[in-house]
Design a protein around this ligand. Structure first.
Ligand SMILES: OCc1cccc(Br)n1
Length: 455
């Protein structure tokens, strides 16, 4: 047996060697490709954005729900050539199940509604702020995750549901300091395309995939999707007729194309008059070229955009009356929107209306001038916390100079100094960092001080 001293020495050498070995394989501190870390300042910004979304949802009487970020892949196998399903973040799990990180929330919502088999009292007005995922080859270096505010109304046939959703979107924009000069919301109905395709004798089952292709036409030249169009059996004349119809920028002009009995024209006209009733019509404009890229939309569709045209769509949504049936459920009307967390932040920055999130909003830093006063300092901190203040306690022996620098750095409003002489007189010293003034306050009057300074 080695003496304990020798054994200890060996152990230390081994530990050092271990540490050295560990040092060589340095951790990659980046988050996984396409994902973000939220440090405290980022998290304050995210919490602020989510609280704006939650406030609007509450104001409109919507209830929050959630579902797993992981879903069965079968929820998203729609085979309509959508970007959102082609870039699925899917894999086979250890139980040999084909699963995916949700790329959107609506299918989870449909699954939850279907699970209750009519046991839910309609209409439903539900909202959620899920993190959604896509697996895009990093060629374009785009993000693979975002948080998307979802608001949905289930069980309402009429465009009253869409009008309520549009009003909620506008309410959010106004809350964060944007105006109808900054943002517009383009509104259309997929029934416009539906009526044109019916006129041209294209069967109903090609409707969804055609809409997805038309949406792509907005972004790429027609040659890029010629094969897809051919595969769908859409010859050039059909596409030319469609693109000609989609150039219409007024409901009157589309009415001249579709005729006075057009259902699309009727629902669009009704939606516009409801928007006037909400007082949001200056935000809303008809644009027949808006189709959105999700296959399951069946009627009204809309998308919010920045009027300077510098950013991608801010938010989008529409009616999706057939989604439950595609999952084998009962026909249930539904409409909703999705609102991503990235574009809106870019827009608020660009319009210079994004608040600052540098401050952790600390009211007081409390510190014991002498270690023997530490117990008294934490008793005072506890008193201030119970009175409603957010208090940062200096947990170690620090010089006063450090404490003032620290308090300044975290933008605290006050520094409470527990010093021997004042404490012996039943007082603490309070420094107001907004003006530098330092006064003594009786400990038994601290609650009144909190009251006075927080009003
Ligand atoms: O907007 C489409 C989408 C879906 C999931 C994740 C991200 Br980032 N973007």
């Amino acid at each position: 047996r080695k003496s304990s001293a020798v054994a200890d020495k060996d152990l230390i050498t081994k530990t050092e060697k271990g540490a050295q070995k560990k040092k060589q394989t340095k951790l990659d501190t980046n988050p996984p490709k396409g994902t973000r870390d939220f440090y405290p300042e980022d998290m304050r910004q995210r919490t602020w954005l989510f609280s704006q979304w939650r406030d609007v949802a509450k104001t409109y009487g919507f209830s929050e729900y959630d579902a797993p970020v992981l879903e069965s892949e079968s929820l998203y196998t729609r085979k309509a050539g959508e970007e959102v399903t082609e870039q699925l973040y899917n894999f086979v799990d250890k139980g040999d199940r084909a699963v995916a990180l949700r790329p959107e929330m609506t299918p989870s919502l449909a699954r939850m509604v279907m699970a209750k088999k009519g046991g839910l009292n309609l209409p439903l007005k539900w909202f959620s702020i899920p993190q959604c995922w896509r697996y895009e080859r990093m060629t374009r270096g785009r993000r693979r995750e975002h948080f998307q505010w979802n608001m949905d109304v289930w069980g309402v046939d009429g465009v009253e549901a869409e009008a309520e959703l549009l009003s909620a979107m506008v309410d959010f924009f106004e809350r964060v300091g944007l105006t109808a000069q900054d943002v517009g919301i383009k509104v259309n109905s997929r029934m416009v395309i539906g009526e044109v395709l019916t006129e041209l004798g294209i069967p109903e089952e090609k409707f969804a995939a055609t809409c997805v292709l038309v949406d792509k036409l907005e972004k790429v030249p027609i040659d890029a999707i010629q094969d897809d169009l051919a595969e769908l059996g859409l010859d050039r004349s059909v596409v030319e007729k469609l693109t000609e119809v989609l150039t219409n920028k007024s409901i009157e002009s589309i009415a001249s194309v579709l005729g006075p009995e057009s259902e699309a024209v009727k629902e669009l006209s009704k939606l516009m008059s409801l928007c006037k009733a909400y007082g949001i019509d200056e935000w809303i404009l008809f644009d027949a070229s808006v189709v959105r890229g999700l296959a399951y939309y069946t009627g009204i569709v809309f998308e919010a955009f920045d009027r300077k045209g510098e950013l991608r769509a801010i938010a989008g949504g529409g009616r999706y009356d057939k989604l439950l049936e595609t999952f084998g459920g009962d026909p249930t009307p539904a409409a909703g929107f999705g609102f991503g967390d990235a574009v809106i932040i870019e827009l608020l920055k660009e319009r210079d209306v994004l608040p600052s999130f540098s401050s952790a909003d600390i009211d007081s830093v409390v510190f014991a001038m002498k270690p023997e006063l530490y117990d008294d300092a934490i008793a005072i901190a506890t008193k201030l916390r119970k009175a409603g203040q957010s208090v940062d306690v200096v947990l170690e022996k620090k010089k006063t100079k450090w404490v003032f620098k620290h308090a300044d750095r975290i933008q605290s409003k006050y520094v409470i100094i527990v010093a021997p002489d004042e404490f012996a007189n039943g007082e603490v010293s309070v420094k107001d960092l907004s003006c530098g003034e330092q006064t003594s306050i009786k400990i038994e009057e601290l609650n009144e001080w909190v009251e006075k300074t927080s009003s």
